[in-house]
Design a protein around this ligand. Structure first.
Ligand SMILES: NC(=O)c1ccc[n+]([C@@H]2O[C@H](COP(=O)([O-])OP(=O)(O)OC[C@H]3O[C@@H](n4cnc5c(N)ncnc54)[C@H](OP(=O)(O)O)[C@@H]3O)[C@@H](O)[C@H]2O)c1
Length: 228
């Protein structure tokens, strides 16, 4: 079981807003981060961009770039942050490097027909359940869909919100929860089994419509929940 206080955190597809945003927050919390990409130059450029954002953040850990394979191999906890369309092919390629590792699936399958963000889940119910079927040798957790990548990326923005996660591997979920509780302003909330990912993925479409209406970067905080 990786110790979240010392874990290296990797991102598959880390060059996008979601990967870079989470990288900012984990590096701020003192975790070494590896930003993965299909292209080494893009990985290095993204890592440099994140390091620049962190230049004035005291105690921020090192952020470096690598191919997705290297990010998977070199990290104890890995985030899968590619678009849904690239999920299965990425997993087929990277599963050997991820066997028995904890992988957090943040993917939300969406459609934008007529310019309207809508949830577009696969037949099984969610991208998270589909990924777990494709690669059952990985210790899956899903979550963080309801955080704003834009807010994550700006270390000056106070998050003050919930990081809702789910999964069937209780130890893996608890490790990720411990990791998230180290990020100032984030409260990890356990939404139960991996099947709950279908609601979290769907909530992304809900938030995108709210953001569009109010020109905001909204996230979800569960009201009335007091966690000891
Ligand atoms: N942005 C948000 O606020 C947000 C919120 C909740 C959840 N999410 C989810 O998080 C994931 C990442 O979001 P994002 O906005 O960062 O996405 P993105 O910018 O569209 O993609 C992230 C990275 O994935 C890689 N990629 C693109 N197409 C790929 C393919 N077909 N196969 C493999 N890799 C591919 C690219 O990196 P390289 O070209 O460098 O390999 C890209 O920079 C998505 O699944 C999204 O649904 C995002």
């Amino acid at each position: 079981m990786p110790n979240p206080t010392k874990a290296t955190i990797g991102f598959i597809g880390g060059t996008g807003p979601e990967g870079k945003g989470l990288a900012v927050r984990f590096a701020t919390a003192g975790h070494e981060v590896v930003i993965g990409s299909r292209d080494e130059t893009r990985a290095t450029e993204a890592a440099d961009a994140v390091s620049k954002i962190l230049a004035d953040v005291p105690g921020a850990a090192e952020v470096r770039g690598a191919l997705n394979e290297g990010a998977s191999t070199d990290s104890e906890i890995v985030f899968l942050a590619v678009p849904y369309g690239g999920m299965t092919a990425s997993l087929i390629q990277l599963a050997p490097a991820l066997t028995d590792k904890i992988c957090v699936n943040v993917i939300a399958p969406l459609s934008f027909a007529g310019g309207i963000p809508a949830s577009a889940p696969p037949e099984i119910g969610s991208a998270a359940e589909e990924a777990a079927n494709v690669a059952p040798e990985i210790r899956w957790v899903a979550g963080l869909h309801t955080l704003s990548a834009r807010d994550l990326m700006n270390p000056a923005t106070s998050l003050d919100t919930d990081a809702i996660l789910c999964g069937d591997d209780e130890d893996a979920k608890s490790t990720v929860s411990d990791l998230l509780s180290e990020v100032p302003g984030l409260r990890p909330v356990d939404a139960g089994p991996l099947q709950s990912a279908r609601y979290l993925e769907g909530a992304t479409a809900l938030l995108l419509n709210i953001n569009k209406r109010y020109k905001a970067h909204a996230s979800i905080t569960v009201a009335g929940l007091h966690i000891e």
